[in-house]
Design a protein around this ligand. Structure first.
Ligand code: F3S
Length: 412
């Protein structure tokens, strides 16, 4: 087994000089480092962890309670993914009280451990924004993709149990995407599908993940003015349908602007994405025919302010039809900004519900909703298996049409 070199400080943590919680966390990190052949650890500048009850269950709750009893405290700034309930609306949304109670205990615990209560999958749209080249330990796959690809920071897809150990020690094994030689692209993807809509970026991401799996792709043909929201959608979808933790976009993303994304070697594979490929992928995401939908869910990953603005513009002067619902997921910060701009009032006047700090996949869904529609490739991938519902996939303009018209008159 590899010997992992430890600094003086890391040896102190391992000996227990910083308390039992840090010692346990460092033992776990070192064991992982040895198992993966890491010769040393890296210092990380932030953690994005998981604390949703729907994912951690009782075992995760007990682990965090135990670490807290041992005096654990985050050594680096740490945020966390959405919660499994809307803290503001869980009672009205029919969430069982014992389930909510466990999520509320988790919320209390992570704050006691020193985490910043963000509860969003887009920490980079708030106060957890690593700089180019910095090492972080993030758990949420869409955020991992954004950090690596769009910000040029470095992180692997960190498991939830390891993320809390990283938070307590500020260290991770130096393996995978922390190493420069593992960040080069192997596959070239030429996007030749004409002008791309917001939905097309989700669809392209789904197609990409299915085709490349875990291989790092470099994309050509993406316009240089592509928005960060579109890159966010692309990365989230590719991480959901495959396990893409890093993609490059030639002449757009920071590592591909600074150097040859293929590291001076010819790519080992290449494929082209045409309009008909996107259309076929979009069709495959649907489990129901476009028609009558009960609920539209938007905001996966969490909507930015620009995306909330767009939705408010589409909903202005319209209203969610009786018996239907429109739920919009975002961060508390974007909700605050949307309130200040009057956008929240517009959405609520149209019958939409803004659910900050939670997520449709990670929270219980009332049984009355059987057919959902979404503008998110990641939601479309996960919702049928997570909640046993049918899914219609379409752009946010089609979603608004479907949810504001009575059944029998909709066309997605
Ligand atoms: Fe975020 Fe939930 Fe989607 S965590 S990326 S809104 S599945």
């Amino acid at each position: 087994m590899t010997t992992t070199r430890l600094t003086e400080e890391e040896q102190c943590m391992l000996r227990g000089d910083h308390g039992e919680a840090v010692q346990f966390a460092m033992e776990t990190i070192v064991r992982m480092a040895r198992g993966f052949g890491a010769e040393e650890l890296v210092e990380i500048v932030s953690v994005h962890a998981m604390a949703m009850y729907g994912d951690l269950h009782d075992a995760g709750l007990e682990l965090l309670e135990w670490l807290h009893r041992l005096g654990g405290r985050c050594r680096v700034p740490t945020t966390q993914d959405p919660a499994s309930i809307s803290f503001a609306h869980w009672q009205r949304m029919g969430v069982p009280a014992d389930y909510a109670d466990k999520q509320l205990r988790l919320a209390h615990l992570v704050e006691a451990l020193g985490e910043q209560p963000l509860w969003s999958c887009t920490p980079y749209q708030a106060n957890n924004v690593p700089a180019f080249g910095q090492n972080v330990a993030w758990a949420e796959s869409s955020a991992v993709s954004f950090a690596n690809s769009v910000l040029g920071a470095r992180t692997n897809r960190t498991p939830a149990g390891l993320a809390i150990c990283a938070a307590l020690t500020g260290r991770m094994p130096k393996v995978g995407l922390y190493r420069s030689e593992n960040r080069v692209a192997r596959v070239k993807v030429v996007v030749d599908a004409g002008e791309l809509s917001a939905l097309d970026y989700h669809t392209l991401g789904i197609l990409l993940g299915k085709r490349v799996g875990t291989t790092i792709p470099a994309l050509a043909g993406i316009p240089s003015g592509v928005s960060r929201d579109d890159l966010k959608s692309l990365g989230a979808a590719a991480a959901a349908s495959g396990a893409v933790a890093l993609y490059h976009v030639i002449d757009v993303t920071p590592e591909a602007c600074r150097a040859d994304p293929f590291g001076g070697q010819p790519p080992s594979g290449e494929f082209r994405v045409r309009r008909e490929d996107l259309e076929a992928t979009a069709r495959e995401l649907q489990t129901a025919s476009p028609g009558c939908v009960d609920l539209v869910v938007a905001g996966c990953p969490h909507y930015s302010l620009a995306e909330v603005r767009r939705l408010a513009g589409l909903l202005r002067g319209r209203r969610v039809a009786p018996g239907k619902a429109l739920w919009v997921y975002t961060s508390a910060e974007v909700e605050r900004q949307a309130t200040a701009e009057g956008l929240l009032a517009t959405l609520e006047a149209g019958g939409a519900e803004v659910l900050a700090q939670t997520c449709a996949v990670m929270s219980p869904l009332p049984k009355r909703f059987q057919t959902l529609m979404t503008d998110s490739g990641k939601y479309a991938s996960y919702l049928p298996s997570e909640h046993g519902v049918e899914v219609v996939y379409g752009g946010i303009d089609a979603c608004v049409r479907a949810v504001t018209e009575l059944c029998g008159r909709t066309g997605a």
